[in-house]
Write a protein that binds this ligand. Structure first.
Ligand code: RIB
Ligand code: CA
Length: 303
């Protein structure tokens, strides 16, 4: 049996984050999901942490620790959560049973370091929220960059942003953190809006699934898809690139993050001709491969 990949999902659940976590939990023969670390962004960290605990309860994966992250960005406070994208409760106003489990005693940045030391050169971080926790971990532990194998980022864009003309939410919210992460020297797989926008998720994803999927999971998935009117689940697309090499079309680049209080804050600039490359950037997607992963994920939550 192939060795499982140790991963941490750093997330701000979050409607599309739900699908990223569901994939991370579903492919348990591929992923050794070591922890979920939480951050603000789609909602405050208290709410995203609550959501992470409840999602893992729903998915019957309360074996996965949840380590709570920062209560502000590196240099700014959190913005008011935008309920129209993720609902007042951060989960598309879909109510799921509450977990009474405690969070991990370690904060997110220490949990990342703990697991990186346990799996030196093997741990992969899937970051699908503002990259504050990872930046804090790099600042606190100078040797961390030698221990992490790769960082899969849902963030940035090779064309337009979604918060501003140039800024995609995860990068724009904490561009200072993203700059630290992209400059860390750890290989980055950046899955930006230029690709994720092209992969909407509609109720038709259930077509052809004959497994007896659990009604509670099916109901939540249907409601989340409805809440986002079939829009792309960006975070699910990012982690699907780790499930199979057949999903994403990559280009090697040196990718630079624009930080500071400038008009193009959060812009991710990919230089394909740079001598030193720090990243692969997604430039295309094989939709059939992605949708098959989503179908397999849904099927895995069968009775
Ligand atoms: O821009 C999309 C990203 O911002 C996704 O990760 C979504 O969950 C929000 O965090
Ligand atoms: Ca997210």
């Amino acid at each position: 049996m192939k060795k499982r990949i140790p991963i941490i999902i750093d997330t701000d659940p979050g409607v599309d984050d739900f699908f990223c976590i569901a994939i991370g939990c579903a492919f348990s023969e591929l992923f050794d999901l070591r922890a979920i670390t939480t951050i603000g962004g789609n909602n405050l960290t208290d709410v995203t942490t609550r959501n992470a605990l409840d999602i893992l309860k729903l998915l019957h994966r309360e074996d996965v620790p949840v380590a709570r992250g920062a209560d502000s960005y590196l240099t700014n406070g959190f913005d008011e959560p935008v309920a129209r994208f993720h609902g007042a409760n951060g989960l598309g106003n879909v109510e799921i049973p509450h977990s009474d489990r405690m969070i991990d005693p370690l904060p997110a940045w220490d949990k990342i370091y703990e697991q990186a030391k346990l799996f030196p050169g093997k741990l992969i971080i899937v970051t699908v929220g503002p990259e504050t926790n990872l930046a804090l971990a790099f600042n606190r532990y100078p040797d961390l960059k030698q221990l992490i194998a790769k960082i899969v980022v849902m963030g940035g864009s090779l064309d337009k942003g979604n918060v501003t003309e140039y800024g995609e939410a995860n990068i724009w919210h904490d561009a200072e953190a993203a700059k630290i992460v992209f400059a860390s020297g750890v290989p980055i797989d950046m899955v930006g809006l230029n690709v994720t926008r092209t992969a909407p998720l509609k109720q038709s994803i259930f077509e052809g699934i004959n497994d007896p999927v659990r009604e509670d999971v099916k109901d939540v998935i249907r409601k989340l898809i409805d809440f986002r009117n079939g829009e792309a689940m960006h975070d699910a697309i990012a982690i699907s690139s780790l499930v199979s090499d057949d999903v994403m079309i990559w280009k090697d680049a040196y990718t630079y993050v624009v930080d500071g209080d400038v008009y193009n804050r959060g812009q991710t600039v990919a230089d394909y001709d740079a001598e030193i490359k720090n990243s692969r950037v997604a430039v295309g997607i094989h939709l059939d491969a992605y949708y098959q992963i989503m179908k397999d994920m849904i099927s895995s939550y069968s009775k």
